[in-house]
Design a binder for this molecule. Structure first.
Ligand code: ADP
Ligand code: MG
Length: 753
């Protein structure tokens, strides 16, 4: 049985309305061992004949038999497989992959050998056979024409296919080199079918066993010149290769992808940079959207403290301390706080006596009774004027690690009203969560008093009377300062005018009063609107007024009130006007349960982790917004993919001919596709490393932590997944573009460039 039989084969080209006959009525039969020379004028159909035989061109008429099997029903995958098994193609213009080394070009054709070492050895052996041993590491682009053609022949040998087709293989070579190449071809194809198309019959005359002349698409003559030299059993010679299983395609794709990536270092570098830019883009989009998401997050009504329950009487009446004790006992709270107004306030903290005074500040939640664990720097506060700060890691620059002048000596200014010593600090990385300022019980009460007594219009009038009751001096203050230094006394007036009066008149002849008035609303989340106004006033007389200065420096016209007195005053005001309180349980779960029972008993109670969901429509709105953001995120990534694709599409054309060469060699489309994905994934590695490095640098550098939004691991996962989507998308488009054109056209197109 003949290896190859063509029966009435016809091929017609139709392009732009013109019909050209490629070949027609061709009846030929070929066998192993034959060296067939095909000659004919230019345009007579020689190339068409080879293209049809190789399966790179389809035929419209007749039938081609391969080892007796018909082929007219073949579709693309069958042709691929056929080329894989039977065909090696040698072109006039070499068609080696220029960016690959000689060795890589040959190894490409040895993919069927699984063992890498064996593959390498075989490639070296073949290169020895074609006389290229000394050029194995040379890039294809750096070879001479003869060397290129030798590489191609080694590659053809590597495939060990029964049919070698050569279309004017010496067309671009000088005559001496041509003779060598023809000789080499004859030598390596003794047991194969070799069909050589040539202009120059003399060149092949002494090797050829058969001469076919083509004229105008038809066989003009067909002469046998000599008996084919072959001792190989025809059937045994056909190495029936199994189709590549998917796993092998992936493995070969991996190898090929790596080779492609390293073969074009400049292009790969460019691609890596693009990917890094893309990743930073995804990074940006993710963190921007993350920040946007916080804007419409469900609101937590109260500052969250693990285990905190906020409670108010069902009728809005103030909860007295006695009642609070009773409630705490009844519901098993571990602690209680009557006047918890500060817990839900955000306050402004400045560092005192620092060159960076104006630069350093933090908005912190005031907290009380909270435990930040043992892993802290410094200690927890013990006195009323001491605080512990729970702040983002970027504040490490301010407080240090507590060893060298950091925490120990820091004095902060709380809410522009009074100064506190920082005795301990704990840093955290997630700068999405608020900072906290932890007080002692007494300190918290003092801060509450100061805050509350100052939060509405305050009027403090100092009046000085003589012994007849006539006013000799008066002054109004609209704010006051709390003083931890005033102990026995209550009020200290720093006013040089006042002291001048005292001195001139004699202290005993004058009496001083300080009257403090302010008005307050009943303060409560639920009854805030309908609450009553409460007017508070307090008169300090001579006995309360300190006549000599306490420690500390004060500017002119200041009024200090001792913290004890302020607490006393605030207690009086708050117990009339502030109707909310906090209870503390072991954890949020217990808090939720306790709050539920308290509500059943008629209290208004919520645990502090309860989110405030106004109504169903808001929930739906939020859901829609989330979906929209996910959509925006995806669109941004697709846009980036589009952008990167645009930037790299010019580079893609460089691959077009390479891919076509690989396909003409019979390397499966699957392998090539996998290799393209592998190449892109490799290019992604630096981008991933960049993101991880950036994350680490931000993590390790406290200052940078202050400038970047903290991203959660899931957001990093999102970035990585986003980049994968982006890469897959780009590769998909590129692969589609690469494989849209037929092998033949790509080869021509590729060469034309
Ligand atoms: P040869 O290789 O002998 O020079 P070809 O096989 O390349 O000739 O071409 C044979 C005929 O088919 C010519 O008339 C040529 O114009 C035509 N032909 C070849 N390829 C195409 C094509 N892709 N589209 C249209 N016509 C073609
Ligand atoms: Mg031709």
């Amino acid at each position: 049985m003949a290896l190859l039989t063509l029966k009435d084969i016809g091929k017609i080209y139709v392009s732009e309305g013109n019909v050209a006959v490629g070949i027609r009525g061709v009846n030929l039969s070929f066998d192993r061992g034959e060296f067939v020379a095909v000659t004919g004028k230019s345009g007579s159909g020689k190339s068409t004949l080879l293209n049809v035989i190789s399966g790179m061109d389809s035929y419209e008429e007749g039938e081609m038999y391969v080892e007796g099997q018909t082929t007219s029903h073949y579709l693309q995958p069958e042709w691929e497989e056929y080329r894989q098994k039977y065909i090696s193609f040698i072109f006039q213009d070499y068609n080696i992959i220029e960016s690959f080394t000689v060795l890589q070009n040959v190894e490409l054709a040895l993919m069927h050998i699984e063992d890498k070492k064996e593959r390498r050895e075989r490639a070296l052996e073949l290169l020895r056979r074609v006389g290229l041993s000394s050029h194995i590491k040379q890039k294809g682009s750096k070879l001479s024409g003869g060397q290129k053609q030798r590489t191609v022949i080694a590659r053809a040998l590597a495939k060990d296919s029964p049919i070698i087709l050569a279309d004017e293989p010496t067309g671009n070579l000088d005559s001496a080199t041509s003779a060598e190449i023809i000789e080499l071809l004859r030598e390596v194809s003794r047991d194969k079918l070799l069909i050589v198309v040539t202009h120059n019959f003399e060149q092949v005359e002494k090797c050829a066993t058969r001469h076919i002349r083509i004229f105008d698409g038809a066989v003009e003559s067909d002469h046998v010149l000599s008996r084919p030299e072959t001792d190989v059993e025809p059937v045994a010679a056909v190495r029936q290769r199994k189709e590549l299983p998917a796993k092998k395609a992936v493995r070969n794709g991996l190898t090929l992808g790596r080779t492609i990536f390293t073969a074009k270092p400049k292009l790969s570098f460019f691609l890596c940079m693009l990917m890094i830019i893309g990743t930073l883009g995804v990074f940006l989009v993710t963190s921007l959207l993350g920040e946007a998401a916080q804007m419409f997050e469900d609101n937590t009504m109260f500052t969250h403290i693990d285990g905190r329950v906020v409670v108010t009487n069902g009728n809005g009446e103030v909860i007295s301390r006695e009642q609070l004790d009773e409630i705490a006992r009844k519901y098993g709270a571990e602690a209680q706080l009557a006047h918890d107004v500060l817990l839900d306030m955000e306050t402004h903290i400045n560092l005192v006596e620092s060159e960076e005074y104006n630069l350093w500040y933090v908005n912190a939640r005031n907290t009380y009774g909270e435990d930040f664990g043992d892993d802290i720097i410094g200690r927890y506060p013990e006195k009323a004027n001491e605080v512990f700060l729970y702040v983002p890691i970027s504040y490490k620059n301010v407080f240090g690690d507590g060893t060298s002048g950091g925490v120990e000596c820091a004095t902060i200014n709380w809410n522009h009203t009074f100064e506190l010593e920082v005795v301990g600090v704990k840093y955290y990385y997630d700068n999405n969560i608020p900072a906290k300022c932890l007080f002692t019980e007494e300190g918290f009460r003092t801060a509450t008093a100061v805050y509350y007594l100052q939060s509405y219009d305050v009027n403090i009038r100092v009046e000085v009377m003589d012994d007849k009751g006539a006013q000799v001096y008066s002054i109004d203050y609209y704010s006051f300062y709390p003083s931890f230094d005033l102990e026995g006394g209550d009020v200290y007036i720093y006013d040089s005018e006042y002291y001048r009066y005292l001195k001139t008149w004699g202290e005993d002849n004058l009496s001083t009063t300080v009257s403090f008035t302010s008005s307050y609303y009943n303060y409560n989340y639920y009854y805030y609107q309908s609450s009553d106004t409460y007017v508070f006033s307090r008169i300090f007389d001579d006995e309360d007024i300190v006549k000599s200065a306490p420690d500390g420096t004060y500017s002119n016209y200041e009024l200090l009130i001792s913290t004890d007195t302020l607490c006393e005053m605030a207690e009086e005001v708050l117990s009339e006007s502030y109707s909310q309180a906090s209870l503390f349980f072991a954890n949020d779960k217990e808090a939720r349960e306790a709050a539920r029972v308290m509500r059943d008993d008629g209290y208004i109670a919520v645990s502090s982790d309860t989110t405030y969901v106004p109504d169903a429509s808001t929930t739906i709105m939020n859901l829609l917004l989330y979906i929209m953001m996910a959509f925006v995120w995806l669109m941004a990534i697709l846009f980036l993919a589009f952008f990167i694709n645009l930037c790299s599409s010019r580079a893609l054309s460089a691959f077009k001919s390479d891919m076509a060469i690989m396909r003409s060699m019979g390397i499966g489309v699957r392998v090539i596709q996998v290799s393209m994905y592998v190449r892109m994934l490799i290019a992604l590695i630096p981008a991933y490393i960049t993101v991880i490095a950036a994350a680490l640098i931000i993590f390790l550098n406290p200052t940078l932590n202050g400038y970047f939004v903290f991203l959660y691991p899931w957001q990093y996962a999102l970035i990585f997944v986003g980049m994968l989507i982006l890469t897959a998308r780009i590769t998909y488009k590129q692969v589609r573009k690469l494989f849209r054109e037929s092998v033949k056209k790509s080869l021509k197109g590729g060469n034309a460039e």
